[in-house]
Design a protein around this ligand. Structure first.
Ligand code: 7TS
Length: 406
């Protein structure tokens, strides 16, 4: 039986208090807390290995390079990529998407081409495409969704045309919790010759992903939502595509030879990793991958689903509460509004009770527009959350009701 209490001991921050109350951390879609394995891996690097990578013949540099490249191999296995060169380290999902939009987009898009994204994308999977469409004279189109937050994939037959060059879609919506049928979308996109970028930022900590089985062309995620340090992220891309793309940034490590007349570029993955990366963070990401695999993604998914079911049942009994995002088979995100109370007031009162949730537009303003809301309150669960914490959330919500509505 999965015991979140046992795993909680691995997360020192969960012992702290907020405003004199035990911390109930339910903002995991924004970022997750970090286990000792990750903290220790970063500390070990700085205490024992600290050196720049890929450049020194000395022992520390070689050991640091091995640890860094070891993390790349762990990430490869974690997402089921076939080759380690297909794993590019970035600062996060945002940088990974910008890399594809700028490098692939600038070298490929022609006036009149189309990029198709879904109606529930995070701004990180909207704005980079708007920027490159504007620069190249391409057009951005959107797959709509229904009132539950389910994408209308049957409209793909009209939306996908021979002009569609790429489809950008999130596997899990950060604002609604919807799990999208990306396998279907990928099949249909490929049928018209379009590439597919899957945003896995909200997925990889909650469900097993295999990029080879999915057959997506690009896949991105951020380390910090996977129990790893901030400032780390991953771009997976099919090797042939990455090889054909020009570098995104220039600098050290991404070159083979530089003269003032001409520079030749390094091979994959280094071609896309200019400058000194977040070495400690990437090593921490490798430790986070090991940690999540030792807990087991199937166990994590089942546990988080229990939490979501319990929270949904309590939400349905709460007078005036409306759940935003009711797609079947949702991931562990509960977005909601309460009639007569602004989400920010909910967030502030919950905080005074030690309960951390996110309130606002969740960097998904078009989702808020679709539901005619300025903001929602959002509780999001991780492997260390407990049923007691779900109860604490609703105890705090009843305080909101008392203060505002009675
Ligand atoms: N894509 C999705 C689906 C996300 O949820 C986020 C961050 C990003 C991309 C961007 O990730 P970053 O690490 O590069 O910033 N989402 C959230 C959120 O829901 N609350 O805070 C950040």
């Amino acid at each position: 039986m999965f015991d979140p209490h046992a795993w909680r001991r691995q997360f020192p921050i969960l012992d702290r208090e907020v405003h004199g109350k035990p911390l109930v951390y339910l903002d995991n879609a924004a970022t997750t807390q970090k286990p000792l394995a990750v903290l220790n891996a970063e500390r070990h690097y700085y205490e024992q290995l600290n050196a720049n990578i890929h450049r020194g013949v000395h022992a520390l540099s070689q050991e640091a390079s091995e640890a860094f490249e070891g993390a790349r191999e762990k990430v490869r296995g974690f997402i089921g990529a076939q080759q380690v060169e297909e794993i590019i380290f970035t600062r996060g999902a945002t940088e990974a998407i910008n890399l594809v939009a700028q490098s692939w987009g600038r070298s490929t898009l022609k006036p009149g081409d189309e990029i198709l994204i879904s109606a529930m994308e995070h701004h990180a999977n909207i704005v980079p495409w708007q920027m490159i469409c504007e620069a190249m004279g391409a057009k951005l189109k959107v797959i709509p969704m229904d009132d539950r937050g389910v994408l209308l994939v049957d409209q793909l037959d009209q939306l996908l045309t021979e002009k569609t060059r790429l489809v950008g879609v999130t596997l899990v919506s950060n604002a609604l919790g919807t799990v999208n049928p990306v396998d279907d979308i990928i099949r249909k996109a490929h049928a018209v010759g379009a590439l597919v970028l899957v945003d896995g930022a909200q997925a990889v900590a909650h469900m097993a992903v295999n990029v080879t089985a999915l057959d997506c062309d690009f896949f991105v995620f951020s380390g910090h939502k996977l129990y790893a340090p901030t400032g780390t992220g991953v771009l997976y891309g099919k090797k042939a595509l990455l090889n054909a793309m020009p570098p995104y940034q220039g600098g050290g490590d991404m070159i083979l030879q530089v003269t003032f007349e001409k520079t030749t570029y390094n091979q994959l993955p280094y071609k896309f990793e200019a400058g000194t990366p977040h070495i400690a963070g990437v090593i921490g990401l490798g430790a986070a991958v090991d940690f999540v695999q030792s807990v087991g993604l199937d166990q994590i998914a089942a546990h988080e689903d229990r939490l979501l079911q319990e929270a949904t049942a309590l939400a349905e009994q709460f007078h005036g509460l409306r759940i935003i995002g009711t797609a079947p088979g949702k991931a562990s995100i509960l977005s909601f509004v309460v009639a007569g109370v602004h989400p920010h007031d909910i967030g502030t009162i919950l905080d005074s009770e030690g309960v951390a949730i996110r309130t606002g537009h969740h960097c998904a303003m078009p989702v808020m527009d679709r539901f005619c809301l300025p903001a929602t309150a959002r509780a999001s669960f991780a492997l260390y959350n407990t049923l007691d914490e779900v109860d604490a959330l609703f105890r705090a919500l009843y305080r909101v009701e008392k203060m505002f509505l009675k």
